[in-house]
Design a binder for this molecule. Structure first.
Ligand code: AMP
Length: 570
């Protein structure tokens, strides 16, 4: 592995990289920097975002810029305002020890007057979005005459966004251009054409495979019915408590609707789409960046160029129409050596697209089951436990509260306190998912992968299907569902009374779990369950009711003696 010293960079740049904690150059840096330092060689870098490409062009650019010449010598063109600001921020960090170099960002949606003033100060590097740059050229506020180096970053995105003519205009209006450096995640034919027209025998470097998705991304898909898309989305979010993600929709109406629905249901989410003003867009992006928002829902156009670090998940609410767009979506996660997950909610009729995307990303999709309600509850439960264990109590005055807390909880066992704490956070999920249905569309696509989170005790796919079919069958025959209400005994079942109820902190699901755990019986033996504040009635198949009574009656629950008997013989 090489070092930054070996690449031949200015000592001040090496110092900056080491202060940033960069130990070794990334692959693209190792390949690009020695070539770019010449300043005269055209260059094509095929690299995904997250590979360290900003430093791959930023560091050599700072090295070859003439500090004493106070006019624009380098122009970096990129698709969006966010990316523009991010590039400037990174360059500012790299040039920390090069006080004579100035860099400015010019992008749409911000005051052009202020940007013109900044340009007049005498800057050497201009980072621009195409539209604003053309605007400035037309106002004669920027002179490209002396530009020696043009960097096109995320060239494929710029072309996708319809900036082809602008890019050509910029390349045609930089007469003193000594070299052009083009970076792109994919190499569509239009980019090839532009490079042939404006570049001279470019030195081409590929990091990973051309058109390939980032290997650090786990590509998953979930098959469900079209009408279950929203529910499936919620499950995926709930199953990943620490998610920091972007959800992609095809239309702005969907983005807006889903954001509103999820917000009403208590999720930290906002939408990014073309109808927002620049100020609204900045607000949303600001909140997402500082993690006030855990989730962002966006259309493809609105999300282009967004570069936020640390995205854990990308969720495709629907697959994109244009499969190339999948690469841009999934590339938002799994950056800078991190791993990420790209989850696609897929309808049975869309599965044909998966093959084509697999060819494009040169990676395979994994089919994963939509988590069951039980999976979600368990995951949330462990997340609450982890949160309690990881909470920092070293600062603050917690010691002073201790005597008061001890007094308040004097008669409550440690186990009960833990249960109650979990319930405070966990209730919403337990209630919501108590009788949640299976959202998987079986018999479609490839077989689901067995996941770590899969409920080891639950029957596998086919078994769950049978269980679901069983319930449906019963209701179709007009029989009562497994855990229905009512107060008359059903033939074949014994109706048991028990002196436990909701006042004991039980919900139906936790109560069922409790009596099944105590009696070591399977839930299939249960019939109707009727819970009241202080007591409950449980229907148990006649053959199993004695075991239930034997295992519960006389036992203790939270210091109270459980009484269970056959209600009819009472
Ligand atoms: P980019 O592909 O330019 O968006 O870079 C992705 C991230 O990788 C940024 O946060 C950089 O600060 C970081 N990065 C770039 N080069 C290196 C390096 N050599 N070592 C560690 N991190 C790096």
């Amino acid at each position: 592995m090489m070092t930054f010293e070996e690449l031949g960079l200015d000592a001040r740049l090496i110092q900056a990289t080491s202060e940033l904690g960069y130990v070794n150059p990334t692959q693209i840096q190792e390949k690009a920097i020695p070539v770019l330092l010449s300043g005269t060689k055209d260059f094509i870098g095929l690299a995904q975002t997250g590979t360290g490409k900003t430093a791959a062009f930023g560091l050599p650019l700072l090295h070859i810029i003439k500090e004493e010449d106070r006019f624009p010598q380098a122009l970096i063109v990129c698709p969006t305002r966010e990316l523009c600001m991010q590039i400037v921020n990174e360059i500012e960090l790299f040039k920390k020890h090069m006080k004579g170099i100035s860099v400015v960002a010019v992008y749409g949606g911000a005051s052009i007057g202020l940007q013109i003033r900044d340009l007049k100060r005498g800057v050497q590097i201009v980072v621009a979005t195409p539209g604003r740059l053309i605007d400035l050229i037309e106002r004669k506020a920027i002179n490209l005459e002396q530009i020696k180096y043009v960097v096109l970053d995320e060239a494929d995105e710029m072309l996708n966004m319809g900036f082809k003519d602008d890019i050509e205009f910029i390349l045609q209006n930089t007469p003193k251009r000594e070299s052009t450096w083009l970076f792109s995640a994919t190499m569509p034919p239009e980019i090839r054409k532009v490079s042939k027209k404006y570049m001279n025998e470019p030195f081409e470097v590929t990091v990973g495979k051309v058109n390939s998705g980032n290997k650090s991304i786990d590509h998953q898909y979930y098959i469900t019915q079209a009408q279950h898309r929203y529910e499936t989305l919620k499950r995926l979010i709930d199953f990943n408590p620490g998610i920091y993600g972007i959800i992609f929709t095809r239309t702005k109406v969907d983005a807006q609707d889903i954001a509103e629905k999820l917000t009403r249901e208590g999720y930290d989410i906002d939408a990014l789409h073309g109808d927002l003003t620049q100020a609204q867009r900045d607000k949303v992006m600001g909140e997402f960046r500082d993690k006030t928002l855990q989730l962002l829902i966006a259309t493809d156009v609105a999300a282009r160029g967004i570069d936020v670090q640390g995205i854990t998940h990308v969720i495709n609410y629907e697959l994109p129409d244009d499969i190339e767009v999948y690469t841009h979506r999934s590339g938002r996660t799994g950056r800078a050596g991190n791993t990420g997950i790209c989850m696609s909610i897929v309808h049975a009729r869309e599965t044909f697209k998966l093959k084509a995307i697999e060819r494009l990303i040169q990676s395979t999709f994994n089919r994963v089951d939509v988590p069951t309600g039980k999976d979600v509850c368990r995951k949330q439960f462990y997340a609450v436990m982890d949160k309690i264990l990881e909470t920092d109590i070293s600062h603050g005055d917690y010691d002073t509260f201790l005597p008061m807390l001890q007094e308040k909880f004097a008669d409550v066992s440690k186990e009960e306190i833990l249960q109650r704490m979990a319930a405070v956070e966990f209730d919403r999920f337990l209630k919501y998912y108590e009788n949640a249905e299976d959202l998987n569309l079986r018999d479609a696509g490839r077989q689901p992968r067995t996941r770590d989170y899969a409920d080891r005790n639950a029957p596998a796919g086919g078994g769950r299907e049978r269980e679901r079919g069983g319930r449906n069958e019963r209701s179709e025959r007009g029989e009562r569902p497994a855990y229905g209400g009512g107060n008359t005994a059903t033939a074949g079942y014994a109706r048991l009374f028990v002196n436990l109820g909701t006042k004991d902190g039980f919900y139906k699901a936790s109560f069922v779990q409790f009596i099944l755990d105590m009696s070591d019986l399977k839930k299939e033996v249960l019939g109707r369950i009727d819970m009241k504040d202080m007591n409950s009635w449980v229907e148990v198949e006649e053959g199993a009711s004695h075991q239930m009574i034997r295992c519960l009656d006389g036992k203790n629950y939270k210091g109270r003696r459980i009484r269970m008997n056959d209600a009819n013989s009472r």
